[in-house]
Ligand binder design. Structure first.
Ligand code: HEC
Ligand code: HEC
Length: 362
């Protein structure tokens, strides 16, 4: 395990150049002198951000928002609090549930917001976000801090204005105290709200599935799981690649040719991107049905039937799916599909979905 620690005491809002050298120490009360060494977090400190050794470097900007216990707990409180929505009925947790790796319930193929408004996309699971470069099915957010703004202001999600959320939080003496403890300022502002939520989400690391135990040499795959892994490496890992099980590229995997949702084109305004969506991580995939951005399939069997026989042609269809014989998709027998499903089930991380760190507190 690689530890990432932060030695600069950071207060949001200070320009970065003020943070170097001893100048800040003169400005901030309680600052340590140069010869004091920042204590490393205890090895079992559940609030320390620890990047697993076999993960890529974290992309999240911890240098101006290091995770602290108080910040994480504040973020968690906000995540579960419907105060972030227009009529105080919808919280982040309404659509992102821990028992499903923070995906939405199968009964909500597309998300349900304030007043029962329905969205157009399936809520993804929330795992390993501190390692991601882009967010949303179309990559519409390029920093984790910006993601909640979209949920709060989205007309079919929380339907609230960020300014009103900040007013509600400032009117609540308990929140004023909690924010003050973390950020050291009197009035709550938007960056603080977003930073607290990111501290909570940054610790959502899923790396303890049977597959991870297999990689660490601590679990021997069952024969069907091992055959499934071999098929996965041949047919799937071109896109669902690496330890995060996504290469974060945008591809068209042949769901459709009419494109009611144009996907990546919404962001790039490039017609060649029509119908492309971000390759999702397949971690915990057995828990996150229904599948695809539009919740098209209810089971992994249906997903594999699609890959083998259901592909729809269109100009942006990924070339991977064009076979030499002119047919489309990945040829898979029924036995191969069941082996692949056995492998995909090894990606479930119960240590993550049952981790009390993320439980709602009173
Ligand atoms: C009404 C349901 C709903 C609520 C409430 C909601 N989300 Fe989401 N969330 C979604 C959907 C749907 C997406 C995918 C949107 C897209 O791709 O366009 C999403 C995407 C995300 C992502 C990006 C995940 C990824 O892999 O790209 C994060 C992070 C996230 N939400 C965090 C939050 C937080 C934090 C809150 C509370 C402030 C929240 N969500 C509230 C439905 C919801
Ligand atoms: C050419 C790239 C590519 C290949 C190869 C590929 N996929 Fe995908 N996969 C995608 C994309 C892109 C999506 C999301 C599509 C969307 O929602 O529009 C996806 C979605 C999925 C999903 C749905 C996940 C969710 O959370 O909704 C599953 C399951 C899946 N793929 C499994 C597989 C398996 C198993 C294989 C190999 C047999 C495979 N994929 C091969 C690109 C690929």
């Amino acid at each position: 395990m690689r530890k990432i620690t932060f030695s600069i005491p950071e207060f949001y809002g200070w320009p970065t150049h003020l943070l170097v050298g001893g100048l800040l120490c003169l400005l901030l009360a309680g600052c340590r002198s140069d010869d004091q060494v920042e204590p490393l977090p205890a090895p079992d400190d559940p609030y320390a951000f620890v990047a697993p050794a076999n993960f890529p470097p974290a992309t999240y900007t911890f240098d101006n928002n290091p995770v602290s216990e108080a910040g994480f707990r504040l973020g968690k409180r906000l995540f579960f609090d419907p105060i972030l929505s227009l009529d105080n009925t919808v919280s982040c947790n309404s659509c992102h549930n821990q028992s499903l790796a923070f995906a939405d319930f199968p009964l909500h193929p597309v998300s349900i917001g304030v007043g029962g408004a329905t969205g157009t996309r399936n809520a993804p699971q929330l795992v390993n976000l501190a390692f991601r470069r882009e967010f949303f099915w179309d990559g519409g957010a390029t920093h984790l801090d910006f993601v909640p703004l979209n949920a709060i202001e989205n007309p079919v999600e929380m339907q609230e204005e960020i300014g009103r959320v900040i007013d509600k939080l400032n009117a609540d003496p308990e929140y004023s105290g909690l924010f003050g403890e973390v950020f050291g300022q009197n009035r709550i502002n938007t960056p603080q709200l977003l930073h607290a939520l990111s501290q909570f989400m940054a610790l959502m690391i899923s790396n303890q599935s049977l597959y991870d135990q297999h990689l660490a040499g601590e679990y021997s795959l069952e024969p069907a799981e091992a055959r499934g892994l071999a098929l996965f490496e041949t047919h799937c890992q071109g896109c669902h690649s690496g330890i995060l099980l996504t290469d974060e590229s945008y591809r068209n995997n042949g769901l459709d040719s009419s494109f009611t949702d144009v996907g990546r084109e919404l962001i790039t305004a490039y017609e060649g991107d029509r119908g492309k969506f971000m390759v999702p991580s397949l971690r915990n995939v057995a828990l996150t049905s229904p599948y695809m951005h539009n919740a098209r399939f209810n089971s992994l069997q249906a997903v594999l039937d699609h890959y083998s026989d259901g592909m729809v042609d269109s100009p942006s269809l990924d070339p991977t799916f064009r076979r030499e014989d002119g047919r489309l998709g990945i040829p898979l027998s029924e036995t191969e599909k069941s082996d692949l499903i056995a492998f995909l089930k090894t990606l479930t991380d119960r240590n993550f979905t049952n981790n009390p760190l993320f439980f709602k507190e009173q």
